[in-house]
Design a protein around this ligand. Structure first.
Ligand SMILES: NC(=O)c1ccc[n+]([C@@H]2O[C@H](COP(=O)([O-])OP(=O)(O)OC[C@H]3O[C@@H](n4cnc5c(N)ncnc54)[C@H](OP(=O)(O)O)[C@@H]3O)[C@@H](O)[C@H]2O)c1
Length: 331
């Protein structure tokens, strides 16, 4: 069959071949990105009678994780900062899972006061916590944007918040006998550096969005130090990176970045696939007793970047954050 003349000319042109190659490469990237490294369906873990807390549960990864935990029978506490969005997510998860043991808790993880009142409420509601997923996170906030309490908002949300919340819930985690803390991390932590002054808006220079990278590096360091401190308690803590996932995470960035993110959305993971590594750390039975590790988005233990492995740095950071959160003044 003869092709329409302009098309037949195009068919032989190098640009046409190039276009086909690009499309094939794109298709390969899409399949590779979306291939799930672990078979969630084959995981037999049942969570009936267990309690799980997921921060940032109304959107993206947190919502998918919460729904899966609910489907497995867990009492899930959806820790959200926006009551209306949280209520909407709760209704959707309830309908999809047929689980009537879901609770909505209001917490702003960038606020120490809000975390304290959330933890106080939570500990009255649930005496034991079997799983805490520190998922809530932000990126794209200009450097040195301070909270009313004088903390850098990115560091407060991505690092100080999970630090304080986990410490306040430690008793309930220990009481569970066997419990897991999962910190949602990013490969971007490797582009950060540790400077305690960043926590309060000071410290060394940061290039565009490097406050996000640094905050995730601090979260990695915290994971290792907490694991050392929790040895022998039955509580394990690990962190996991999820690759690049098409969620609302870019909403604070300018329209150019959001447009680029949207353009590439065909090639990157959707939240359902992006949540798999987080669910692996939350559910996989082979991880019983494994603690202080950093997992890649392929669900493999991987060394994090060097500064996160330095125990002296981790201890110093721990002490600084204890002082900052006034945990040293608690009895
Ligand atoms: N998407 C990616 O490519 C990617 C890659 C690596 C790591 N991660 C990490 O994955 C985690 C989940 O992000 P996502 O991609 O699912 O993005 P997302 O859809 O924007 O979800 C983030 C969640 O965190 C909540 N949150 C933000 N600030 C909060 C605060 N101060 N207090 C309480 N909740 C707060 C958000 O609440 P609102 O809806 O009210 O804003 C939302 O529920 C984050 O820790 C992120 O750093 C994401």
């Amino acid at each position: 069959m003869l092709l329409w003349p302009p098309l037949s000319t195009l068919a032989w042109s190098p640009s046409f071949v190039f276009l086909i190659l690009i499309l094939l490469l794109g298709l390969y990237v899409r399949i590779w990105q979306r291939s799930c490294p672990w078979n969630l369906q084959k995981c037999p873990t049942d969570l009936t009678g267990k309690t799980a807390v997921v921060t940032g549960a109304n959107s993206g990864i947190g919502k998918v994780v919460s729904q899966e935990l609910a489907c497995r029978g867990a009492r899930v506490i959806l820790a959200c900062r926006n009551q209306e969005h949280g209520q909407q997510a709760l209704a959707e998860i309830q309908a999809a899972s047929n689980n009537n043991h879901l609770l909505l808790g209001e917490v702003d993880l960038s606020s120490l006061a809000s975390i304290r009142s959330f933890a106080q409420w939570l500990l009255q509601e649930v005496p034991e916590i079997h799983l805490l997923v520190n998922n809530a996170g932000i990126c794209g906030i200009p450097q040195k944007t301070l909270t009313p309490e004088g903390l850098d908002v990115t560091f407060a949300t991505n690092y100080v918040g999970p630090f304080l919340l986990t410490n306040l819930l430690q008793g309930a985690l220990r009481r569970a006998g066997s419990a897991r803390v999962v910190n949602v991390n990013s490969f971007r932590h490797a582009y950060g550096y540790i400077d305690e002054e960043h926590l309060t808006g000071g410290g060394g220079p940061l290039v565009f969005n490097q406050n996000y990278d640094c905050s995730k590096l601090l979260l990695t360091s915290f994971t290792g130090e907490l694991a050392r401190r929790l040895q022998g308690t039955g509580v394990t803590v690990n962190s996991v990176e999820i690759g690049i996932v098409y969620t609302n995470i870019m909403k604070q960035l300018s329209w150019k970045y959001r447009f680029l993110f949207w353009l590439t959305s065909f090639f990157i993971k959707d939240p359902k696939c992006g949540a798999i590594p987080v669910l692996y750390l939350s559910l996989a039975q082979e991880l019983d007793g494994i603690s202080g590790k950093y997992f890649s988005s392929s669900c493999m233990v991987t060394p994090p970047s060097k500064p996160a492995l330095d125990p002296h740095v981790a201890q110093s950071l721990w002490k600084a954050t204890i002082r900052l959160t006034n945990l040293d003044k608690m009895d």
